[in-house]
Design a protein around this ligand. Structure first.
Ligand SMILES: Cc1cc2nc3c(=O)[nH]c(=O)nc-3n(C[C@H](O)[C@H](O)[C@H](O)COP(=O)(O)OP(=O)(O)OC[C@H]3O[C@@H](n4cnc5c(N)ncnc54)[C@H](O)[C@@H]3O)c2cc1C
Length: 348
């Protein structure tokens, strides 16, 4: 956990700029999907570490901004916006990944609050985060309609966890909750309304996952253009072989298409357009698949040198993989799109 980095990003104004004033930030308005995309894309082009830090701070705290009272926003999201506290978003469980609605972590009423018991896994910034937005089951037998969002403090009695070793640019871990008490004031939004809140948060974030991988792929493309100009083979720069230059043209074209899709989905979210789930899923699906192809092609243009440990492309090749899985796999994005196509076939 790089707390110094998070603090520095906040001190630069980047994190507060993504939070409204009532949630400790510097924005006059509410959160914006477009602004989140701009910041994530720009950071990812330079440093996936810095980009991931912003992504998880916002993912962990935005449900509080979206559904919490002004008091909750100031108290819990404020320190996250200022880089004083580290946030996390805890939805996934060992038996509920893609099928998040099957989550089983129990929330049992206890006096003026609830006791939380169960396991969360693959939680970015766990187990050392200070503030968790955590989803638990308060009502049994009603599927997605029985899930509630809670704010859980990282130092709560009964909360423990362990780090996991995963191909990822940020810390990630597992959480165990053994009767963790949360008061009624830590309930996020409506009781049993947590699944909708989680999905609303993901609709907001999916275009920005796309923006972050576009930033990574853009730096891969630039590296490939530069290498194609300087590397000589058969007495000429390799850019003079059409097999190489046309690969660069293909990469740039696909990236441009991904960028257009991402920003059009983010603008649609900011305008509160209909059909945002479909557009958000399309943006994440297309951008993450495209970025993987672009970074792979950039390696091909470089040859063996790109696979050397510590090379920019070796690094990006590892980093670009997880976004096709987190915040919904590519397969489930296609499922979201397909379901919406059948529901609203004539919507463009
Ligand atoms: C780096 C990283 C960071 C993460 N951070 C977080 C976090 O901060 N918070 C959090 O809550 N979670 C986080 N996750 C977890 C992530 O959201 C899940 O891994 C993801 O939702 C997929 O779940 P799963 O891994 O259990 O795969 P599974 O659900 O087991 O899926 C396995 C395969 O089956 C396919 N599949 C399943 N159902 C369907 C279906 N209906 N149609 C078609 N295909 C299907 C999937 O697409 C996949 O290919 C993170 C994961 C990673 C890798």
């Amino acid at each position: 956990m790089n707390r110094r980095l998070i603090r520095a990003i906040a001190d630069e104004g980047l994190l507060p700029g993504l939070f409204p004033r009532r949630a400790g930030g510097s924005r006059d308005g509410e959160v914006s999907a477009v602004d989140l995309c701009v910041v994530r894309q720009a950071l990812a082009r330079e440093s996936t570490l810095a980009e991931n830090a912003v992504a998880i701070q916002t993912l962990g705290a935005y449900p509080i901004v979206l559904a919490g009272s002004d008091e909750m926003a100031a108290r819990y999201a404020g320190p996250v916006a200022r880089g004083e506290a580290v946030a996390a978003f805890a939805l996934t469980e060992p038996d509920a990944g893609t099928d998040a609605g099957a989550l089983a972590l129990r929330a049992e009423p206890d006096g003026k609050g609830y006791r939380l018991s169960g396991t969360k896994v693959f939680i970015s910034n766990a187990p050392d985060a200070d503030t968790y937005t955590l989803f638990a089951r308060a009502t049994q037998g009603v599927g997605t309609k029985g899930i509630t969002g809670f704010i859980v403090s990282g130092d709560a009695v009964g909360l423990s966890g362990e780090p996991l070793q995963l191909l990822s640019a940020h810390p990630i871990g597992r959480l165990e909750l053994d009767g963790v008490f949360v008061s009624e004031k830590q309930v996020l939004g409506d009781v049993d309304g947590g699944f909708r809140l989680a999905m609303r948060t993901l609709d907001l974030f999916r275009p920005s996952v796309g923006a972050s991988v576009i930033g990574m792929a853009q730096s891969a493309l630039e590296a490939a253009i530069s290498h194609a100009s300087s590397r000589q083979a058969f007495g000429r720069p390799i850019r003079e072989f059409q097999a190489v230059s046309h690969q660069l043209a293909e990469m740039a074209t696909r990236l441009e298409a991904a960028r257009a899709l991402v920003y059009s989905a983010a603008e649609a979210y900011d305008r509160s357009d209909q059909g945002i789930a479909r557009r958000s899923a399309m943006a994440k699906l297309f951008a993450t698949e495209t970025a993987q192809q672009v970074i792979d092609a950039a390696i091909q243009v470089h040859g063996a040198v790109a696979l050397a440990r510590g090379h920019l492309l070796e690094h990006l090749y590892r980093e670009v993989r997880a976004p096709r899985i987190y915040e919904g796999t590519s397969e489930i994005q296609r499922e979201i799109i397909a379901r919406d196509l059948f529901r609203r076939p004539s919507e463009g």
